[in-house]
Write a protein that binds this ligand. Sequence first.
Ligand code: UDP
Length: 403
Amino acid sequence: MSLLEEYARVTGPDVIAQLQQLTQPLQGMKLVHVSSTRSGGGVAEILNKMVPLTRELGIDTQWEVISGDSDFFECTKGMHNTLQGNRIPLGDHLLQSYEATNAHNAERLRPTLEAADFVFIHDPQPAALLGLCPNRRGKWIWRCHIDASHPYRPVWKYLRQFVAPYDASVFSLAAFAQELPHPQYLIPPSIDPLAEKNIDLDEETIAEICDQYQIDRQRPLIVQISRFDRFKDPVGVIQAYRLAKRYLPGLQLVLAGGGAADDPEGEVVLDEVKTAAAYDADIHVLLLPPDANLEVNALQRAADIVVQKSLREGFGLTVTEAMWKGKPVIGGDVGGIRLQVVNYHTGFLVNTPEGAALRIRYLLHQKERLEEMGAKAKALVRDNFLITRHLREYLTLMVALLN
Ligand code: UDP
C-alpha cells in the first residue's frame, strides 16, 4: 500500500484527493527544507514525516541539516530563548559564530539551494543562508516554530535583517507574527497518525514498557514528555505533583525527555530536575534516546493525564500527541498550547503549579469528566492537527507563491 493510501485510511480518501489536486502545478518541482537537527524536538519530528509524503505527491523534496560548533549552538539557543522573551544580549563572538557558521554551510549547500524552486528555512539557525545564495531562483520561506510573541527586541532586530528579504514567513499563531515586509502565513504544525509515536498500541506493549520503567499501572499516573528545558518548566511539574500527591498518595509522575542535538542546555536542566525529584521513588525522570518513539507513545497512553506546563511554547507537539491518544492535557496558558487545550473542554490551561495541582486532583477524582475531555481532545486533533491538513496548507502557500 502506498503512503498516501495509508493516510486515506485515517483521514478518508477526499483529503488525499485534495492534496493530489493541489500538487498538480508543483509536479517535479524541487523543494528543500533546511533545519539544524535531524532528531530531537518538534521540527525534526515534523520533517521526518513531511518529506516522504511530499515526495510521494510528486515534489522532488530534500531535507538538509546545517552543522555548527558549540559557539554556534550556544548562539542559536540564546536566540531561541531571547525570541521567547529572555532578556539576555548575545555576545559579539556568538553573533560572529552565527554568521560564520551560516557562511560555512552555504559553501556546501549553495548549489542545492540556488537551484531549488522552494526553500523552507526552519527557525533562526539557518536563517542567514538566504543572503549567502545570491543566485537563488526559487521562493524562500522562513518557517518560525518559536513562540515569538514577546521577543527581546535587540535580538529580533538582529535576526530580522536576515529574515526580511524572504518571500514569505510562516508562524504557528497570529500572536507570534512580526512586522515584516513580506506576506506572513499562519500554519500550525501537526502530528502524523501513522508514526510509531502515534499508532494504536495494544495493552501488552503499554504494560511491558511501563514494567521496564517500574511504573505501577494500578496507580494514577501523570506524564510530561519534553526536552529538559526551563521553558517546559519540569521543576514546576514536580511542584504540582507534590501538591496533588498530598490528596492522591498513590500518584506517580513521569518526566521523560531526551536531548536535542541543537540544545546545549539539556544536561544542566536535567540535573536541576533530578535534584528537585530527589528521594521520591514515584517520580520517574527518564532520559530517552531520540528514537524512543514507542516508549513515548506508551507513556502517553499509560498516563491518566498528560501535562505540558510550559512557560512559553511555540506549539507543543507533545500536547497534540497526547490529545490524539484521548488524553486530557493540563497545559501552560501560553503559545500554541492555547490553540489546542480548549479550557474546560479538551483539558485545562494553568499558570502556576498550584493551578496544575488543582486540575490534576479534579480530573483524577472525576473519571467521567476525564474520559469526556479525552474524547473531545482526540476529535479536535483529528479535525485540525493531522499532517494532511498541515501539508495542504504548505502546498497552498507554495501555489500562492508561484503566481
Ligand atoms: N520528544 C521525543 N522524545 C523526548 C522528548 C520529546 O520524542 O524525549 C518529541 C515529542 O514527542 C514531540 C517533540 O519531540 O514530538 C517535541 O515537540 P514540541 O513541539 O512538544 O517541543 P519542542 O521540543 O519542539 O520545543
